[in-house]
Design a protein around this ligand. Sequence first.
Ligand code: HEM
Length: 575
Amino acid sequence: MGILDLFLQSTSSISLLGGLVVLLLFYLVFSSSFSSKEDRKEPPGPKPLPLFGNLLQLDLKRPHLTLLKLSKKYGSVFTVYLGPKKVVVLAGYKTVKEALVNHAEEFGERDPMPIMHEYNRGHGKERKEKYIFLKHCLILFSLQLCIKHILLNHSGILWSNGDSWKEMKHFALTNLRDFGMGRKASEDKIIEECDHLIGVLKKFKGQSKYLSIITNYVSKDLTFFPVSLVTGEAFDTTQPIKYAVCNIICSMVYGSRFEYDDPEFTSLVDCISARVHLLGSTSIQVYYIFVKLLISSFLRLGAASIRQNLQLFSRLKETLNPQMCRGFVDAFLVRKQNHFHDENLMITVQNLFSAGTDASAITLRWGLLLMAKYPKIQDQVQEEVSREIGSRQVQVEDRKNLHFTNAVIHETQRLATIVVSIPHKTTQDVTFQGYVIKKVRLNKTHNIKSFKFRYCPQGTAVTPLLTSVLYDESEWERPHSFYPAHFLDKDGKFVKREAFMPFSAGHRACPGESLARMELFIFFTTLLQHFRFTPPPGVSEDELDLTPHVGFTLDPLPHKLCAAPVHEEEEGLRI
Ligand code: HEM
C-alpha cells in the first residue's frame, strides 16, 4: 500500500469520524432543544432527527396511514416534526371534534402551506399599485412576477386568516346562497348539467366490444329480467365529471356555464386541477427544501388561471348591471369597500373553483368506481332508484325516500376520506387534553430571509386528521370496508352518524357542504338511473384498485369504466 493510499485512507477515516462526531453533537443539541424541560407537557411523539425531524419514519406515499399508526402508539394528541416544522396531530372523532368545535377559536386559524407562505411573504406594497403592476406584468409576459405580487397578502378564503378571511367567507356563504347554493336554483343547475353529462357518457357506447347479459331491475313492479346491454367503450371518468361539477361553480360565480369542448373552459379546469395536484405533491407537502424548485411550475399554472379569470372579469365588468347581479363576481364588483378589492376577488374565485370542483368530482368518481367494484350494491341502488323514481327526473326531495342510495353516497365519502386534513394552527398557547400546545413565537433574529421564518410561521401547526375520524374504530363497525349499513338502521332507514365529518367542523368547516351534498346526490343518483357501471372488458371487479393516489386530496388511481345505458326506451337494447 502506497503512502498516498495510506494518507487517503486515514484522511477519509478521520473525516468520517469527524463527521460522525459533528452529527452526534448536532443531534444532542437538537434533541435537547426538542425535548427541553419546558416542553415536557407538550404532546408526545416519536423522537425527531435534526433537520429531518420524523420524515424518515413517515411513509411519504401514504403519510396519513403512518399518522394513523402513530396515533395508536402516542394517543390522540401527538407531535411530529416534518423536517424542522413541528406539527401537532389530532386523531379520532372525539378529539378532533373537541378541538374544532369546543376550542374553535384556539384551533381556528389556517396554517398556510410553505408554498402559500412563499407567495404571501412580501414587502407591503399598496394593493392598487400591485394590481397595476400585475397588469403591466401581464403585458410584459412576466407572469411569475405577477403572481408574486398579486399574492403578497393573505387573500381569499382557503389560506387566509383574520378580518379579510372572515369577511370573504361570510360574503361567499351568503352570496353563493343567494345564487342558489343549497337551494332550488342550484338544484335546477345541477339537473341541467346532468343532461349534458349523460349526453357525453352516451357517446362512449359507440364502439362496443362485446355484449354482456346482466340482471337489471328496470320495471316498477320489481320483476327482474335480463337485459342485453352494450357495455360501451371504456373511458376515463375524470374529465367529464370534473367539467360537469365545475360548471355548477361557474354558473354561480360567473352566472353562466360552458360547453365541455370550449377551450377557455377546459384549460381553466385543467389548470386548477394541475395546481391542486402540484400543491398536494409529497415534495411540496414534506420536502420544504424543494419548494423553490417547484414554485416556478406552480406560479406558471397560477398565472394561466389568473390570466383567464382576468379576461372573464373584464367581460363581466363591461356588462355589469348593479341592479341585476348574475353571479358571485357581479355581487363582489358592486361592493367596493374594505376587503372587496381585485386581489381578494381573484383569490376567492380561485379558492371556490379549486375547493368546489375537485372534492365533489373526486367523490363522484370514487362512487362510480365503487359501484363497478361492488355490482350487488349497484343492483340495490338501481333497484331503489327504479322503484322510487322510475324514469322521471331525480330531485333533491327524493333523498328522503332513497335510504339505501343516500347511505351509499355517505359511505363513499367516509371510505374515500378524500380530504385527509387541511392544516390549522393555534392562535395562542392552548391546554388541551392535559397537554400544552405552545404557540411558536418568532423573535427578531428570525429575519425575513431565514429558513425558520419562511417555513415555521407563528403559531403551532395542527393537523386535525379527518381520516382518523372517518376510520375511527370506536365509531364504525367496519372502518376499512365499503359498508353502506354504517348509515342504515335495522329497518333499512338512513341514519345520520355524528362521526361523519368529511367537511370538517368549527370555524374552518367547508362552506360548500350544502352544495356538495346536493351535487353528490343528484349527479350520482341520475347517473345510476341511466347507466350501469362496469370494469373495462377483460378487467374483473376484483382487479379494480381502491388504493388512493395521495396528493392534496385522495383520488382514485387512473382507471377506466364502461357506462352501459339501462333504459329500454333510451337505447332499444332490451331483448
Ligand atoms: C365533497 C365535496 C367537498 C368536501 C369533502 C370538502 C371538504 C372540505 C374540508 C375538509 C375543508 C377544510 C376544513 C378545515 O380546514 O377544517 C374544506 C374547506 C373549504 N371548502 Fe370544501 N369540500 C367540498 C366541497 C366544496 C365546495 C363545493 C365548495 C365551494 C362552493 C367548497 C369550498 C371550500 C372552501 C372555500 C374552504 C375553505 C374554508 C376556510 O378555510 O374557512 N368545498 N372543504
